[in-house]
Design a protein around this ligand. Structure first.
Ligand code: HEM
Length: 517
């Protein structure tokens, strides 16, 4: 058959299938949504900033919108009540994940935690993380490492300040998050003195960014099967390349750890008390499924990848946004520093036990999450069976786009949505400011329900610690010639949503010299 005839035939089949589908669901009332094209449905309505496009649809059609994306049913919302219904009341129905092409290639066939469908595998992998990496005891055992990394961050910036050089905050904050995470996971830091080496560090950072970018892309092959066959922009080819490079990297990490274990066992020091073991050591010591002696290498690789990806970019992106908004608003910087001077004082560095007492800084972080959530959407959820929300029919296998960016800018729940005003989170009764969704679900930094972020306590600590140290140790100003209000706050879409241009700023030390060494 000639190629054009084949494509036309496929197009024809698509139209017929669509008509039959529309006829079948006519009896069931779907949520309102924009008119659809045959075959492609509403795909053309998604532009460069899908979170903004979907928020506009919610403005037009209401809090729950139905879309047909090629062959996939989808709903989207930016409304606290609908979000609560999906994540809490109907958690059992909506806690699965779609099996996307990127997840298959880049998360070991959905064999990780974050992209795995709901089921026994996801449950086991999540439990392994919760019981072996993210326990209070283990997080506490890494406190001294986090303090060291915070001091490195301060020192690096101090050196730049002495040389009157601009600070690239995207770079230094990225290195801070990456080092904290790789210390816990892999037992080594990748950036700075005594690190694994600049070559390896850059490669590692580069692969992680590519992986994240590919995971965030709305790949048409997920919605139009014929797209996969044509792959006109080579997106799936790119996924396969990154898959291979990432896998090589993980394999190297595992081999290094296995060799080190053999040496340790030979020396018979019996160090496996959990104290200084990194996460890979722990995973290598765990039994596998069905009575196997060890976990499979693939399972270990999937977990390493998940933890690095989930932990690094999220906290780095949040920190860069917070710095950008604070430098843009000197009034806020002054209030943060007044609080730090009163809680910590000028003669010591901020330590983790100070963090719960920094109420205004916590409001700043909440406000950052409102305006710039780490990801514009939660990781897409998927319904396991058909159900109803607000009386509307939601078919089985519906993809759910919870628009956290749209939630923070929903004019029905927030006033002056474009204004960065941390005071809006201040609690009049003086109680502690929580950095979570709270009862009202007006922000959703770490999600809720079964799929909520298991790394939230670590994430909050990494964010607050970096910001507290940077504001305590330095005054901040935009590069010469730029006014505060000129700081650019445009974003790029992806699984996380960083600033389009790296944040550059001038740091001026504000504590006595010995504090920086
Ligand atoms: C500021 C830092 C962080 C933010 C803002 C953040 C936010 C999120 C969000 C919004 C989700 C999606 C939840 C959903 O789809 O309903 C998520 C999932 C996840 N996060 Fe985080 N996270 C952060 C740090 C971390 C850290 C430090 C770790 C681990 C070391 C981590 C591990 C995970 C994992 C494994 C998932 C997938 C959970 C699942 O699907 O069961 N995150 N995170």
């Amino acid at each position: 058959m000639e190629f054009r005839t084949f494509v036309s035939a496929l197009f024809g089949v698509g139209i017929v299938a669509n008509i039959v589908y529309q006829w079948l669901i006519k009896t069931k009332k779907l949520p309102p949504g924009p008119p659809k094209w045959p075959v492609i449905g509403n795909l053309l309505q998604l532009g460069q900033f899908p979170h903004r496009d979907l928020a506009s649809l919610c403005d037009k059609y209401g809090p729950l919108v139905y879309l047909r994306l090629g062959s996939v049913d989808a709903i989207t919302t930016n409304n606290p009540e609908v979000i609560r219904e999906i994540l809490l009341r109907q958690d059992d129905v909506f806690a699965s994940r779609p099996r996307t092409v990127a997840a298959v290639h880049l998360a070991y066939g959905c064999g990780d935690v974050a992209l795995a469908p709901l089921g026994s595998h996801w449950k086991r992998m999540r439990r392994i993380c919760m019981e072996n990496l993210l326990t209070t005891k283990r997080l506490e055992s890494f406190t001294k490492h986090r303090a060291k990394e915070a001091q490195h961050l301060v020192q690096d910036i101090w050196v730049l300040a002495q040389a009157q050089k601009l600070v690239n905050l995207k770079e230094v904050l990225g290195a801070f998050s990456m080092n904290n995470v790789t210390r816990m996971l892999l037992g080594k830091q990748y950036f700075g003195a005594g690190s694994a080496g600049p070559q390896e560090a850059m490669e590692f950072m580069h692969i992680t960014h590519e992986l994240f970018w590919l995971l965030g892309v709305i790949y048409l092959g997920d919605y139009l099967p014929i797209w996969r066959w044509l792959d006109p922009f080579g997106c799936e080819k790119k996924m396969r390349e990154v898959e291979k490079r990432v896998d090589d990297f993980h394999m190297k990490i595992i081999e290094e750890h296995k060799r080190a274990r053999v040496v340790k066992q030979k020396e018979a020091r019996g160090e496996e008390d959990g104290g200084e073991m990194d996460f890979v050591d722990v995973l290598l010591s765990l039994p596998g499924e069905d009575g196997k002696d060890h976990m499979d290498d693939v399972e270990i690789k999937a977990l390493i990848q998940d933890m690095i990806a989930a932990a690094t970019d999220t906290s780095a992106v949040t920190n860069e946004w917070a710095m950008a908004e604070v430098i843009k608003h000197p009034r806020v910087l002054k209030k943060i520093q007044e609080e730090l001077d009163s809680v910590v004082g000028p003669n010591r560095q901020v330590i983790e036990s100070d963090l719960p007492h920094l109420s205004y800084l916590r409001c700043v972080v909440r406000e950052t999450f409102r305006m710039h959530p780490a990801g514009p959407f939660l990781i897409p959820h998927e319904s396991l069976c058909s159900t109803t929300i607000n009386g509307y029919h939601i078919p089985a296998k519906t993809r759910v786009f919870i628009n956290t960016h749209g939630l923070g800018r929903n004019t029905e729940i927030w006033d002056n949505v474009e204004e960065f005003r941390p005071e809006r989170h201040w609690l009049a009764d003086g109680s502690r400011i929580e950095i979570s969704h709270g009862v009202d679900f007006k922000i959703l930094p770490f999600s809720a329900g079964k799929r909520k972020c298991p790394g939230a306590p670590l994430g909050v600590t990494l964010v607050l610690m970096a910001l507290a140290r940077l504001f305590h140790c330095f005054d901040w100003a935009p590069p010469k010639g730029l006014k505060h209000e000129d700081i650019d706050t445009t974003e790029v879409y992806g699984m996380t949503m960083p600033k389009a241009k790296p944040l550059m700023a001038i740091a001026t030390p504000r504590l006595a010299d010995p504090m920086y060494h």
